[in-house]
Design a protein around this ligand. Structure first.
Ligand code: SF4
Length: 458
C-alpha cells in the first residue's frame, strides 16, 4: 500500500497568492508554469440524466431573446491532423448527401420551435470537421437551408470552415453565391516539411496561391489559423510564416499555441520519440514573434489571438460564443447553449442520422450554468478582447468586481500582465499571451469569493 498525502477538499478556499504571477523575470515566459490546454471552472452543474429530455423540450419551447448565434457541425475529416483532438469520422464522399439531408431535417423540424424562431442570429458557423469537403451541391443546399430555416439578421456573419484540400475556387464561388460571407481555413503552417508532417497535403506555394486567389474573389472575409510550438518550428520560422500570410490579401489571422491533447497522433509520436514539439516554456517567445510580425506588417489585433486587416473581418461568432450568447446547435457532436443550458447533440453519426428529423430530444447530457454565469460571460468577453471592463461584470454580479478581484488584478499589474486604462484593465502583450490562464484564475476566484461575500454578515 502506498501512503498518499491528504487531498485538499475541492471546495477549500484558495489563497489569493496561489493565483499570483511570478515577478522578476520576463512575464511573457515566466509569469506562470508552462501553458497547457485548460478548461477553467464555470460553476456549471450536470443535469440529472432523467431530467434531460424534459429540459430539452422546455428550452426549445422558450422564446429566445438576446444575442444569439448558430453552429452547424460537419463531423468528417479528410485526414486526421496530427495535433487534433476533435477528429470524429473519416470523410467518405457517399456520406455527404445523407448527412446534409439530416441537417436539413433538423433545421426544418426546429423551425417550428420558439427557440429557433426567436431573435435574429448575429452569426452562423459551419464548422467541423471539414465542411469544405462536402460536394458543392450539398454545400449549397446546406447554406440555402440555413437561410431558409434560421432567422438571420441582415448583417449576419456566415462562416464556412474548412481546409484547402478539396476546396477550390469554384466551390468557394458557389458557397459565396449561396450566402456565405466568411471563410475560415486551418492552414497551421506554410513550412513545407511541417505541413507534410501535420497531414496537410497542399504544399507551401499551392496553399499561398490558393489563399491569394480566394482573397482576390473579393466576396467575403478570408481568415486563416496559424499554429505555434510545432515540432522543429522556431520563433523566427513562425514569424516568417506570419509575414507570408500577412501579405496574401487576407482579412483575418488567428495565432494559437499547439496543445498536446491526449490521444492525438502528435502526442503519441512525441511519446515514441518520433517528433518533438517546441518546449512549452518557449511558447511566449513564439507569441511575441508572431505579434511583432503582425505589427510590422500593419495588422491590428482584434482579440488576444486574432488579428485583422482592412474592414471586412468582424469575428462575430467567436466573440458572441465566448460572451455567453445563445447558440442553436445542429449536427452530430455540435455544442449548443440555450439560456444557460449547455448541451451536445448526439455525437454518434448513426444516432444522429436516425433521429435528426424526429423532433425529439437530440442530446444525452446537459449542463446547467451556475448563478454567476452572466458575470463570468462578461468577464470572458472582456478578457478575450484584451480589455477588461469591470462595469458589466459588476452589474451582473451585483457587487463591485474591481474590489473583489483587487488582490489578483493589483498583483498582475505589478507583474506586467495588465495595466489600468481609465475604467478598464488592459492586458499587456504578456497578459494577452496568458489570457486563458488569467481568465481561469479570475473565474475560480469569483466562484470562491462572491458566495463568501454574500454570506458574510452585514
Ligand atoms: S484539424 Fe480539423 S480537419 Fe484536421 S482532424 Fe481536426 S477537425 Fe479534422
Amino acid at each position: 500500500m502506498t501512503a498518499t498525502a491528504p487531498l485538499a477538499h475541492p471546495d477549500a478556499p484558495r489563497a489569493a497568492t496561489e493565483f499570483f504571477a511570478r515577478t522578476g523575470g520576463d512575464p511573457l515566459t515566466d509569469a506562470f508554469p508552462p501553458k497547457r490546454a485548460a478548461h477553467p471552472a464555470t460553476g456549471a452543474r450536470p443535469v440529472p440524466p432523467e431530467a434531460v429530455e424534459a429540459l430539452w423540450h422546455e428550452i426549445h419551447a422558450r422564446p429566445r431573446s438576446d444575442a444569439s448565434v448558430a453552429y452547424l457541425h460537419v463531423p468528417f475529416c479528410e485526414t486526421h491532423c496530427l495535433f487534433c483532438g476533435f477528429y470524429q469520422n473519416p470523410w467518405r464522399e457517399e456520406a455527404g448527401a445523407p448527412y446534409v439531408d439530416a441537417l436539413l431535417m433538423q433545421l426544418e423540424r426546429g423551425a417550428e420551435t420558439p427557440a429557433q424562431q426567436g431573435q435574429p442570429l448575429r452569426a452562423v458557423y459551419l464548422g467541423g470537421g471539414t465542411p469544405t469537403a462536402l460536394a458543392t451541391a450539398d454545400l449549397v443546399r446546406l447554406i440555402e437551408g440555413v437561410r431558409r430555416h434560421l432567422p438571420l439578421a441582415p448583417d449576419c456573419e456566415i462562416t464556412l470552415e474548412g481546409r484547402i484540400l478539396s476546396f477550390g475556387l469554384d466551390k468557394a464561388r458557389a458557397a459565396f453565391d449561396a450566402g456565405v460571407n466568411r471563410v475560415s481555413l486551418g492552414v497551421q503552417s506554410f513550412d513545407q516539411r511541417l505541413r507534410r508532417r501535420l497531414g496537410r497535403r497542399a504544399g507551401r506555394a499551392e496553399a499561398a496561391r490558393f489563399l491569394e486567389g480566394l482573397a482576390a474573389l473579393d466576396r467575403g472575409a478570408i481568415v486563416i489559423d496559424l499554429m505555434f510550438g510545432l515540432p522543429d518550428q522556431t520563433p523566427e520560422s513562425f514569424a516568417a510564416d506570419v509575414e507570408l500570410a500577412a501579405g496574401l490579401g487576407l482579412d483575418g489571422i488567428d495565432l494559437y499555441a499547439l496543445n498536446l491533447i491526449p490521444g492525438t497522433p502528435l502526442l503519441v509520436a512525441q511519446e515514441k520519440g518520433k517528433l518533438t514539439p517546441a518546449p512549452r516554456e518557449q511558447l511566449g517567445q513564439f507569441y511575441r514573434a508572431g505579434a511583432e510580425a503582425m505589427d510590422r506588417t500593419g495588422w491590428r489585433w482584434l482579440s488576444c489571438s486574432h488579428w485583422r486587416q482592412g474592414t471586412r473581418e468582424r469575428n462575430i461568432y467567436n466573440f458572441e460564443a465566448k460572451s455567453g450568447a445563445h447558440c442553436l446547435a445542429f449536427g452530430a457532436g455540435a455544442g449548443g447553449n440555450l439560456g444557460g443550458t449547455g448541451f451536445r447533440i448526439l455525437p454518434r453519426l448513426a444516432d444522429y442520422l436516425d433521429r435528426a428529423g424526429s423532433g425529439g430530444c437530440l442530446t444525452t447530457g446537459m449542463m446547467q450554468a451556475g448563478p454567476l454565469a452572466p458575470a463570468l460571460s462578461a468577464l470572458r468577453a472582456g478578457m478575450e478582447r484584451g480589455r477588461l471592463d469591470p462595469l458589466p461584470v459588476s452589474q451582473a454580479l451585483g457587487t463591485d468586481f474591481a474590489a473583489v478581484a483587487a488582490p489578483l488584478l493589483d498583483q498582475w499589474c505589478e507583474a506586467g500582465l495588465m495595466r489600468p486604462n481609465h475604467r478598464f484593465m488592459d492586458l499587456t502583450l504578456a497578459g494577452r499571451f496568458w489570457q486563458v490562464t488569467l481568465t481561469g484564475h479570475l473565474i475560480q476566484w469569483l466562484i470562491q469569493e462572491v458566495p463568501r461575500l454574500r454570506a458574510a454578515p452585514g
